[in-house]
Design a protein around this ligand. Sequence first.
Ligand SMILES: NC(=O)c1ccc[n+]([C@@H]2O[C@H](COP(=O)([O-])OP(=O)(O)OC[C@H]3O[C@@H](n4cnc5c(N)ncnc54)[C@H](OP(=O)(O)O)[C@@H]3O)[C@@H](O)[C@H]2O)c1
Length: 297
Amino acid sequence: MQILLLGKYGQLGWELHRSLGTLGEVAAFDSPEIDLSHPEGIRQVVQQVKPDVIINATAYTAVDRAESESETAHTINAVAPGIMAEVAFAHDTALIHYSTDYVFDGAQNRPYLETDSPNPLSVYGQSKLDGERAIQQIGGAYLILRTSWVYSLRRDSFVTKVLSWSRQQKTLRVVADQVSNPTWARMLAEATAQLLAKAGTRPARWVSQYSGLYHLAGFGYASRLDWAKAILDADSRPAEQLTQEILPAQTADFPTPARRPLFSALDCQRFMDTFNLRLPDWQEALTLAMAEIQSTP
Ligand SMILES: NC(=O)c1ccc[n+]([C@@H]2O[C@H](COP(=O)([O-])OP(=O)(O)OC[C@H]3O[C@@H](n4cnc5c(N)ncnc54)[C@H](OP(=O)(O)O)[C@@H]3O)[C@@H](O)[C@H]2O)c1
């Protein structure tokens, strides 16, 4: 299988690059080799690689900056995925794309289903929703995997920030009113690879039977406050922590340019029922992720 991976240096893309190698040949790109703010370049890359599947792990993910750079966010998160879907359709190629819980307004009090109506509160959320719609409009063999609160340990993430704050501050104040599914990028990458392993040598044909939108995130959900506490509990170098207390805060205590949904947990049952795969419990995944960070000197 010939795989075209876009976004190989991102949190998810890095892990995908690691996980996909057993499935075939991976041609992987990221900025600056490819610049999706000029998305027409995608056509040339696809001509060159002739992939059986395109996996798009690129995104404009600077949620706050997107408020003042809406055009760039729209080009990368909406126009580029639309072009990917177009070339995938034209070349009988499958497309796997990722989206976000930020397409929802977070006003609900039960995890969101794929059938719930999106209502993004931010430019980022709107641009990702526009990307989903651009792909759906073209159709073909595609899977859109909506995920949430992705973290890795090799780029800045909530996990690395909490660890770093804990080395500097006696008291941490963390928002208790934002709730979603913490998702370790590695688990998301591995589930993607397992999914593709089911697709055999003609992924477009297999994927076309299931084309659509699926929620795929860490199993279970938590508030940012609970997540922060779990991070510090799993820290195997607690002696380095200065933090003595973690206090609950409200989103309104930390004004940001972009509004974020309060309750945006995703219900992943549809993905489980369709593919017989799920991501592990978010706490188990966090423990595994943290064990890895602790083993580095
Ligand atoms: N992070 C989260 O909490 C979260 C939550 C829900 C959904 N998601 C979705 O999950 C997917 C993966 O997210 P992630 O956290 O892995 O993102 P990430 O770490 O920010 O990685 C995104 C990658 O895209 C690249 N990129 C950005 N602009 C580009 C451009 N103009 N041309 C080419 N490449 C460009 C980035 O390169 P540079 O670093 O050089 O800019 C980076 O390597 C995305 O679809 C995202 O929307 C993420």
